[in-house]
Design a protein around this ligand. Sequence first.
Ligand code: NAD
Length: 444
Amino acid sequence: MEYQQLMQRVAVLGAAGKMGSGIAALLSQELVRLKLQYRLEHLRLTLIDTNEAAFPGLLAYLADQARRAAEKQIVTLRGFYSDRADLVDNGEIIEQYIADLLSLVRVDTDLRVVAPATMVFEAIVENLEVKLKVFKQLAESCAKETYFFTNTSSIPIGLISQRTDLVGRVIGYHFYNPPIVQKLLELIVPETTRKELVGLAVELAAHLRKTVVRSADVAGFIGNGHFTRDGLYGLNLAERLVADRGLTLPEAVVAVNRVTQDFLLRPMGIFQLLDYVGIEVYQSILAIIAEHGEQPHLRSPLCDRMLAAGIRGGQHQDGSQKDGFLGYEKGRPARVYDLESGTYRTIDEALLGKVDGLLGPLPSSALTWKALSRDGHAGERLAAYFGKLEALDTLGASLARDYLKNSKVIAETLVQLGVTPTVDDVSAVLKLGFFHLYGVADFA
Ligand code: NAD
């Protein structure tokens, strides 16, 4: 079938969730483009979620994203609406665009309405049994031509397709959070996937202006394959600093966060990233990789203890950060959790002084990820920076160098496991999806 035919009836499952709502917004904009540019009729975007209460917010989000998209492409929209003499100023065109987009959308809690879909995007909870149940129901109710795109972060696609009788018709379409902003799309293609589906997935990604990096169908894929192991290294390092250097756990967490953010010039430290993803989500991804990748050593007792204490991280509905290893003020770490007392401790001068005293100074305090990410000559500055890091004889520099080396070892492990043929793909995923400024092998 042609792209335009396949885009006739699209469904998103888990559409009210973090990822599902972003995927729904992207698809709504692509469908309304097809409608306006090619005058296609009968296009339909069906949004399914069990959380009915979230539908008004979801529709408001789609309208808001549509408005932003419309404001950026007003000239194109004027062309689409050139036969509408009644639409004169920009505001009228934008309102019409939003109305046209929303007219394609239906929300529902009942999975049965997905039966006529030509393409289904699944973004429900990361739980194999729940996903299998939903896919089995759709395998029975949908046509044999329907294609399925799953946003799973870690579950092998082949496993889902085999267990649901959908072999050849499921593809991994792994958006990054938030889907509307993030450029990276990891594409996971089991060997049995129909060629037509692969072509369609690539064509759609181009229309959504995403950059595709292909990953083999190995649990965790490239992005989470690296992130989970990188996180585990940070978690274990914090525990090592407690055992070997006499730090309290809160001090060690702040120290490792500082090494991974400020010494390594990453956008956030590893503990902030763990909180961003959510400690529970992280543990479940790790468990899936451990089980399906046959790597039982991938476990974090420290995360188990945090979860047992009821500390989960993750984000609120409005996208703001929940407290996890770190406590947040206006999105910035301001406190650190103390498992012993069960309370958060302020990250004050005394705590920072102790951590900095142990780690030593940064190679260059003037360089930050933020400044470098806007710098046209970042490459040269990074090389000079890591040259200085190499020469520094401090604990902070030595931990940072070891962290870099471990990141490269992780990338090599992913190559050995057959997740990707080259470490360059790992670098591409880290740069695009995690906003690293350099590749895994550049300075390790
Ligand atoms: P989420 O909890 O924000 O959203 C899940 C949504 O699915 C919720 O709205 C929930 O009500 C709905 N839901 C649950 N069971 C359902 C069912 N049976 N039928 C219909 N709706 C159902 O989760 P999320 O973070 O958006 O993650 C969704 C998927 O995307 C997971 O597979 C996750 O691993 C993956 N993913 C998440 C991220 C991320 O950073 N959050 C990034 C990439 C991929």
